[in-house]
Design a protein around this ligand. Structure first.
Ligand SMILES: Nc1ncnc2c1ncn2[C@@H]1O[C@H](COP(=O)(O)OP(=O)(O)OP(=O)(O)O)[C@@H](O)[C@H]1O
Ligand SMILES: [Mg+2]
Length: 600
């Protein structure tokens, strides 16, 4: 219950709805309670008449009309309350979902690297659905019943104290048995949820990567992986449900015994003449009304337990540690970038060491700086930590040791939003969104004009192919840009970064999927963009980085050399080795082509 109160407190905006629902509930209970009393009056009149005492028929009719009015009012109030309940529930759902999303948007990259996206989504759905369903049920039907129960207690107590005592006995019995049921039930439920989340995670992943699944003919395997998880939930449901129903039988048996006692008391008291027939009928009806919520209690307890489990997941996510200084402040996102500190390098890594999660360091003692307007290339073997350096530069992960400065400011001082706005990046995988081409290019600058979008596309050598699509810039490109070729995706990603127009440009294998001719064209656009702009370039094709000012080579997570391309070409380090390999490669290619008479 404490967990549910927490939810209600959490969504205080809805307090007027809570109040409206409570008022409707009280009024509803009032009208419901009127019926037994009217019936009592009517019965006593009938009995009096039968016993030969004077009694008018019209009085009886008035009692019947009273009952009719009470019922009509009750029906009206229950629907008005139901309306408030529905709206409250939906608003609660909207609020809880938005809070969850807000929270997720502020969590560090590490959280997403370690949690399947399907799991995150399943959790959102389950927790919030269960919470809101419970609250809806609670407000639409249970609250009025609870009030009826309270009133029934007072009224029966007024007629005969022992009746109230018996009714009250139900509560400790029920809470005790429920607590006993709940603990074990909850454990099963958590276990089940884990499997459902795993299945959901696997499902979302497969749907998103159907091509890969099909190409490896892995459908059967994936289906098995999915069904195994659900099979486990069925296995867990058996003992869980058995336990619950055994306990429910106990609870109901207890209830039946208590009501047996109550009925006996009422009947005996009537026989002995202490209660009139009217009172007997009234009490029996009242007790019947009190019985309903109690009998429903097991259902309520069941969904309350689900809701508690759901709210636990929900609040656990809300407790996750956010990125330092994470905000969704729109003003901050539009504030002008601070002036660079004069003389400071654009990017400076000082003795930075870093590893992911609890794993060993990927980067060791990395120190380098990039002067404003300079072009720097990172060269190193695959898995050497080049992308990791970019991740650190964007503040996606905090370094374990050392510090990073951008235009003379440590990134803590700059704040993550500003830091990220300083950097325009083309990721190694193009990472587009569903939607139109224009939406995607505009992602970097939502306020850009149409001309600017087209200009960016032109410089990224994308305008040509975009204009060939029947829908042009309005073409829908599918989830993650599924409907585009690898090279087309990359060019859109380049255009997106160009439009962002950030002071620092990062290209992580930005043109790796392009053929040599297209790459040259994109390169031309990029070079235009890189004039007077600090640029960090990662490329496996060394021709792409021949014109940079400085090359930094990485070997086993450490910096091996820093120097100009000319210096490093002769130094015998990793760059010169790669250069040798690529040159001999092209020579061999040339020979091969000559053999086939292609190149003469
Ligand atoms: N999100 C992550 N979580 C855990 N480990 C990671 C993560 N990303 C990368 N790594 C590990 O860090 C190391 C460096 O990876 P990184 O992506 O920086 O290499 P890279 O130099 O960019 O390689 P490539 O040239 O293939 O792109 C790798 O061993 C990789 O397994
Ligand atoms: Mg990489």
């Amino acid at each position: 219950m404490a967990a549910l109160m927490k939810v209600l407190r959490h969504v205080q905006e809805l307090r007027w709805y809570y109040l409206a629902i409570a008022i409707c509930s009280v009024l509803m209970a009032g009208t419901a309670l009127a019926s037994p009393f009217l019936l009592q009056g009517a019965t006593d009149h009938v009995v009096a008449k039968l016993q030969g005492k004077p009694s008018a028929t019209t009085t009886i009719i008035w009692f019947a009309v009273g009952i009719l009015v009470a019922e009509l009012l009750n029906a009206l109030l229950s629907n008005v309350g139901g309306y408030f309940g529905d709206v409250m529930t939906m608003r609660m759902r909207a609020i809880l979902s938005a809070r969850y999303y807000q929270k997720l948007l502020k969590l560090p990259q590490g959280y997403f690297d370690n949690t399947l996206s399907g799991t995150i989504i399943a959790r959102l759905n389950r927790s919030i659905t269960e919470l809101t369903q419970f609250l809806q049920m609670m407000s639409n039907s249970f609250l009025p019943m609870l009030i009826t129960l309270g009133a029934a207690l007072i009224i029966t107590g007024y007629y005969y104290w022992l009746l109230a005592v018996l009714l009250v006995l139900i509560f400790p019995l029920y809470t005790w048995l429920t607590a006993l049921t709940s603990d074990r039930w909850q454990k099963y439920e958590n276990e089940k949820n884990k499997h459902v989340d795993l299945a959901g995670g696997a499902f979302a992943e497969v749907v998103a990567q159907m091509r890969v699944v099909k190409s490896f003919v892995a459908q059967r395997r994936e289906l098995d992986r999915f069904t195994v998880e659900y099979a486990k939930t069925v296995e867990l449901t058996r003992p869980q449900s058995r336990w619950w129903h055994q306990m429910d039988f106990l609870r109901r048996a207890g209830l039946a015994i208590i009501f047996f006692g109550i009925n006996v008391l009422i009947l005996v008291k009537t026989m002995s003449g202490e209660f009139s027939i009217g009172t007997m009928i009234m009490l029996i009806q009242l007790v019947g009304m009190a019985k309903m919520p109690v009998a429903n209690m097991s259902y309520l307890v069941d969904s309350a337990q689900r809701a508690v489990a759901g709210s636990r997941d929900y609040f656990a996510t809300l407790q996750e540690v956010e990125e330092p200084g994470a905000s969704l402040d729109d003003d901050l996102a539009r504030a002008p970038l601070p002036e660079p500190i004069p003389g400071a390098p654009a990017v400076k890594f000082s003795d930075v060491s870093f590893g992911y999660d609890d794993e060993p360091n990927v980067l060791e003692h990395i120190s380098f700086s990039v002067d404003p307007g300079h072009k720097v290339a990172l060269v190193g073997e695959s898995g050497g930590g080049k992308t990791t350096i970019i991740n650190l530069l964007m503040g996606l992960f905090p370094p374990r040791e050392g510090s990073i400065e951008v235009f003379g400011r440590p990134y803590d001082a700059l704040g993550l939003d500003l830091l990220r706005r300083e950097v325009g990046v083309v990721f190694q995988d193009a990472s587009l969104f569903s939607g139109t081409i224009e939406d995607n290019i505009r992602y970097g600058a939502p306020d850009a004009t149409e001309e600017q979008v087209i200009e960016a596309a032109r410089r990224a050598n994308a305008a040509h192919f975009i204009e060939r699509f029947p829908e042009g810039y309005q073409s829908i490109i599918g989830e993650r840009g599924l409907k585009l070729s690898g090279g087309q995706k990359q060019r859109i990603a380049v255009a997106r970064a160009m439009l962002k127009d950030a002071p620092i440009l990062v290209l992580d294998e930005a043109t790796s999927a392009l053929d040599t001719r297209s790459e040259r064209l994109v390169q031309k656009g990029l070079e235009e963009l890189m004039v007077n702009r600090t640029s960090i370039i990662i490329a496996h094709r060394l021709s792409t980085i021949a014109s940079v000012d400085t090359i930094i080579t990485l070997r086993e997570g450490r910096i091996e050399e820093i120097g100009s391309p000319a210096e490093l070409a002769a130094s015998g380090g990793i760059y010169s080795q790669l250069l040798q390999l690529q040159l001999s490669g092209t020579k061999a290619d040339r020979k091969l082509l000559q053999q086939f008479d292609i190149l003469r």
